[in-house]
Structure formats: C-alpha cells, structure tokens
Design a protein around this ligand. Structure first.
Ligand SMILES: [Zn+2]
Length: 348
C-alpha cells in the first residue's frame, strides 16, 4: 500500500512522513478512525514507507513523500508476504477452526479479505468473509501472547519487526493485560500499530501508552465546525498562552468551561485540527487561515507549531479531550492544558 492509494487524509499522511523522515518513530502507535475511511490502509502504507529503501519526495504536490512501490521491501509489503509483518485481528470459531485458536489460524482468509477490499473492509464484512456473522469476534489472550512472541523474534529482513492489531477495541481483558507488558517494555526494533475505531472501549492504560493518530472522517474532512465562534475563542486563548497573565487566562478558561461537555470536546478537536493545519502549513511555508481577523497573528502563529513541538501539542490536547470524556473537572483540565500548551509552544 502506498500513501497515494489512500483517499484524502493528506494532512495526516504528510505529518507522518515528516516524522518518519526525522527518525523519531514511536514504538507503539494507534490509528483512531474507521477502516472504511482508510485507517488500516494508512497503517499499511506507513509500514511500507518505514523500511522502503528508496523513499520518494515530491515538491509542491499533495503528498510530500511516499514509498517507492518497487524495492523488495515495498513488493513484499504490497503482497502482504513480508516475513516481519504480523497481524492480529478479531476472530471466532468456524467449522474449520475450533478449540484453542488465534489470528494466525485465519491468516490466509485475512490476506484474501484485505486484498479483496483494498484494506477498507469493515469488521462486519470480515465476519461475513469468515462466515461467522452471528458471532462476536474477539482478540484473545493467545493473540496477545503471539504479539509478545513475534515481536521478540529476530527480524528476518534486518529491518523493523511490524505488528498490526486491527480493531484493538475487540481485545478481551486478558489480552489487553498481556499486551500492556509489551507496551511497558518495548523490544528495540519493533513497531506496534493498533487500528481502533472506538477508543472508549480500550483500557486507559493502553490508550496512555500509545501515540494516537486521529483520522478525520472523510465525509466531514473540512468540518463545518470551523465556526467563527470556535475560531475567536481559540485565538483569544492562544494569545493568552503567550502572555501568561493568570487573571486573564483564568477568565478565558472560565469561558471555555461554560460550554457543555460535548461542545468542549468539539472545541478541543477543532483546536487539534487547527494545530495540525498550522504544522503542515508552516512546514510547507504556505499561509494558513486561523480566522483571527488579525493578519499578523495568522502569519505568526502557524510558525510556532513545528516538528519539535507538534507531538507535545497533540498530546496536551488529547489528554484534555480524554479528561472531558471521563467527566473530569473541566476548569482544572483546561488550565492544565493551557500550561502544557504554553510550555510546548516555547519549544519550537
Ligand atoms: Zn520501496
């Protein structure tokens, strides 16, 4: 899979290739988004790019870079026969496979399924492919044991050992606890990529140990949420993060806390989208419209979001979103976010 084969998601892809090129690949990552929107495709293209021996870089195109599609690594990845590429996914007993089983027992079916659907097939389509429509698939302890075992093996090709866990929210508790061990002590040279459609069902301890890449729903890629209300709230807040005058900042946090939880979540997701745009545009040297109505701010602010702090900024916003989701005190969460953001912005 190459990035060019994925519909949309250009900003996310460009940010990822930038991070890979800078050599700062995180050992455990989670792509949060629907498979139909390309979450699994993104993982496959990402892993193909990672060890491609002839990465292509483009000037002025939609994509800043892509794998070559021609080198031995790319070819094995495209055919899904790379010996260092492992998959875990939800399964259930079938007439052919019963008793004690794991994903590896269904690998042939899974490979067919990925190829037939170009890695965009939904979990229900997967169950239909296996003929288990009436059962609930699951990722079991035996699957997690294989994750630990396979990542512990020596790399066959001398590159990254890659493990893809598709529909990570289907892990049962025993599997999740087993997986935690790997996350706590990652083996060097390994990369674990989770694809998750609804992270609310993942253990918080797992969520906090993986770096999250959020996909936008393709249909709403340019969300209507770019409402002027959110834009002015965001700009007022960003300005105060530089001044750090406590009284004003606290008043701004009060204003943000006055929204209901759902609005707070939307606002924080909106802020996350703007930060990603800023990063992409500052990296490409093109202007971005933040919507402050102040040209100086719109020109200056995006340059503050760089490869040095974009991950910290995302982490700060993700943590605040999670705090809002679990009903934490909004004022405390937003104040903490303000300090974290302010610190991150200084690290440009
Ligand atoms: Zn290649």
């Amino acid at each position: 899979m190459q990035f060019k084969d994925i519909a949309g998601q250009r900003d996310v892809i460009n940010r990822l290739t930038e991070i890979i090129d800078s050599g700062r690949v995180s050992h455990a990552q989670m792509v949060l988004g629907s498979t139909a929107d390309g979450a699994l495709q993104l993982v496959l293209a990402y892993l193909q790019y990672l060890d491609c021996t002839n990465r292509q870089h483009y000037e002025g195109g939609e994509l800043r870079a892509d794998s070559c599609g021609e080198c031995p690594h790319c070819k094995k990845m495209a055919q899904m026969v790379h010996p260092d590429l492992h998959f875990i996914f939800p399964t259930a007993a079938t007439p052919r496979v019963t008793g004690s089983f794991w994903s590896g027992d269904f690998m042939q079916e899974y490979r067919e399924f990925l190829q037939e659907n170009n890695a965009r097939g939904t979990v229900d389509e997967w169950y239909a492919h296996l003929g288990i429509e009436n059962k609930q698939g699951m990722i079991r302890e035996l699957d997690a044991a294989h994750i630990v075992q396979d990542l512990g093996l020596k790399s066959y090709e001398g590159g990254w050992k890659m493990m893809v866990v598709w529909m990570a929210e289907k892990m049962n508790t025993a599997a999740a606890n087993e997986l935690l061990k790997t996350l706590e002590e990652p083996t060097p040279g390994t990369i674990l990529m989770l694809v998750c459609e609804s992270d609310e069902r993942l253990l918080p301890t797992i969520r906090s140990r993986v770096q999250t890449i959020k996909l936008r729903a393709v249909s709403g890629e340019r969300r209507a949420a770019a409402s002027s209300e959110f834009a002015s709230l965001l700009v007022e807040w960003l300005r105060l993060l530089f001044k750090l005058k406590m009284k004003e900042l606290s008043a701004q946090v009060d204003k943000m806390s006055a929204m209901n939880r759902e609005q707070q979540k939307q606002f924080l997701n909106y802020a996350l989208g703007v930060m990603r745009d800023c990063f992409m545009h500052s990296a490409a040297g093109t202007p971005v419209e933040i919507g402050s109505g102040d040209q100086k701010f719109d020109t200056m602010f995006p340059t503050m979001v760089t490869v040095n702090n974009v991950e910290l900024i995302e982490k700060a916003l993700d943590e605040a979103i999670m705090a809002v989701e679990r009903n934490a005190n909004a004022k405390i969460a937003l104040m903490q976010l303000s300090f974290n953001m302010s610190k991150a912005l200084k690290k440009r």
